[in-house]
Design a protein around this ligand. Structure first.
Ligand SMILES: [Fe+2]
Length: 473
């Protein structure tokens, strides 16, 4: 088994997954260009930064990175989440909990009931959200980890989602206009289900429960103003296989191309199921957006792959070998017709992943612009080399690219008081292999012209998601 520290310093992509042990807190970091004066807040990024004996990119220990903007100046800090998984992996050098694709030693003699309750990781390395006054790091196990936005110090488990068996919540919850979190969990057990919750200060309210025999892997979901849509891709698991724990979590899932991709549409207010629409089998991590059409149809945009091969390419030994091209997601647009038919009419066909929108004005509504990481040339197997803006009305994308640099998720930040959907800035972490360093790229969200580069003091490893919190978080 290859550890990531054995990855040769060959291609830029391989260096992007080298671990980072250093933790710093700097009051000021170098800025080239002009940071917009209205940018007053904090960008927090999350991603894996230490791997040890972990087998998969998704199993690296969560590190938070923070860029805070005040009067055009920028500070930077980074810190590992201090979790039980951190204690086990960083300090004891062993996998202590069930990760996405790495497991601790298994007790094969344990009874089934206890296996369903096996301890999954608290290594919240996927995303960052604000819940009430608190910031929390999330992964797909039910232990969101709260942290201090100033110091990035770990504060402990933010809340414990409902359920008594194994649950896998999405790390991509939504938020409604009242600030309540709408989230989805897959519940595994003797009677498995998809469950949608609305979470307020008063706790979790179960909005919908959809029984399922073989749950699909469901990394994200999407909303319209009237609906919650669960996209059931044909990548499914038998709950007993998960319980038996003969393999790490994701390796229990099977690709079933004989089955459709199924959109399960729920009423957003009553939770009642409105219907199911089928489409060709695809694999998907991320939805872009969805909205209700005047004629009763629903439009859904997501980043699709022909199969789940992407997961296999992100095993650390595969990345180390450097011979397997990384598949490229592409935008797919579906229209769920009132009569039950699904049609596809993607307005643009370019590599597109890590989609973001102007969430406050665009999410769940008709919208025009989406931002993501794309590729100049998807055929070389390095799919994250551009920041790409999609104009879903005109179909002609805009790109930012810089030599052989690798791009991260572009976070859209609206300019205060803006009317136009794309009036704001885009913030993305970029890795420059020529310099073996990382910088925060600030683009004008209208035309992707470059406004500023903020130099990070070290190479930031491959990250997943993050968000911008205006003012003092
Ligand atoms: Fe994600």
């Amino acid at each position: 088994m290859a550890m990531v520290s054995e990855i040769p310093a060959g291609s830029g992509l391989q260096r992007l997954v080298q671990p980072l042990g250093e933790e710093v807190a700097l009051d000021s970091v170098p800025v080239e260009g002009d940071v917009p004066s209205w940018l007053e807040g904090t960008l927090v990024r999350n991603g894996p930064a230490h791997f040890g004996p972990a087998r998969h990119l998704f199993d690296g220990l969560a590190m938070l990175h923070k860029f805070a903007f005040t009067d055009g100046r920028v500070s930077y800090a980074n810190r590992f989440l201090r979790t039980r998984a951190y204690q086990s992996l960083r300090e004891d050098g062993r996998i202590g909990y069930r990760e996405f694709a790495s497991d601790p030693c298994r007790r094969l003699t344990a009874p089934i009931a206890s296996l369903f309750r096996q301890v999954f990781t608290d290594n919240a390395n996927v995303n960052v959200v604000r819940i009430g006054a608190q910031l929390a790091a999330l992964t797909e196990t039910p232990l969101p980890i709260a942290f201090d936005p100033d110091t990035l110090e770990t504060l402990g488990v933010a809340y414990d989602p409902p359920g008594r068996w194994v649950r896998s919540p999405t790390a991509h919850p939504h938020f409604d206009s009242a600030g309540a979190m709408i989230t989805m969990q897959v519940h595994f057990g003797p009677r498995s289900s998809y469950r949608v919750y609305r979470q307020t200060a008063n706790g979790f309210h179960l909005l919908a429960k959809v029984p399922v025999r073989e749950p699909a892997y469901m990394h994200s979901f999407t909303l319209t103003e009237r609906h919650v849509i669960l996209t059931e891709i044909p990548f499914t698991v038998r709950p007993l296989d998960l319980a038996a724990a003969r393999r790490p979590f994701i390796e229990n899932y099977r690709w079933r191309p004989d089955r459709p991709t199924r959109f399960i549409v729920l009423d957003r207010h009553t939770g009642r199921e409105r219907g199911r629409w089928d489409a060709e089998p695809v694999f998907c991590f991320h939805h872009v957006n969805a909205y209700d059409e005047p004629d009763g149809a629903i439009t859904i945009d997501l980043c699709a792959y022909p199969d789940p091969a992407l997961i296999d390419t992100l095993y650390l030994h595969t990345l180390a070998a450097g011979r397997t091209p990384i598949p490229t997601g592409r935008l797919r647009r579906y229209r769920l017709e009132p009569g039950g038919r699904t049609t596809e009419r993607s307005p643009v066909d370019v590599p597109f992943e890590w989609p973001r929108t102007n969430y406050a004005v665009a999410n769940a509504r008709p919208y025009r612009y989406a931002y993501g990481a794309g590729a100049k040339d998807a055929s070389n197997g390095e799919p994250i080399t551009t920041i790409t803006k999609l104009d879903l009305h005109e179909g002609e994308p805009t790109h930012w690219a810089d030599g052989s640099s690798f791009t991260g998720e572009p976070v859209f930040v609206p300019r205060p008081g803006a009317d136009a959907e794309d009036d704001g800035a885009v913030l993305a972490i970029v890795f420059d292999p020529a310099r073996d360093g990382s910088f925060l790229l600030i683009l004008d969200a209208c035309d992707l012209s470059e406004l500023a580069r903020v130099q990070a003091p070290h190479r930031m490893p491959f990250g997943f998601h993050g968000d911008y919190f205006p003012g003092t978080p």
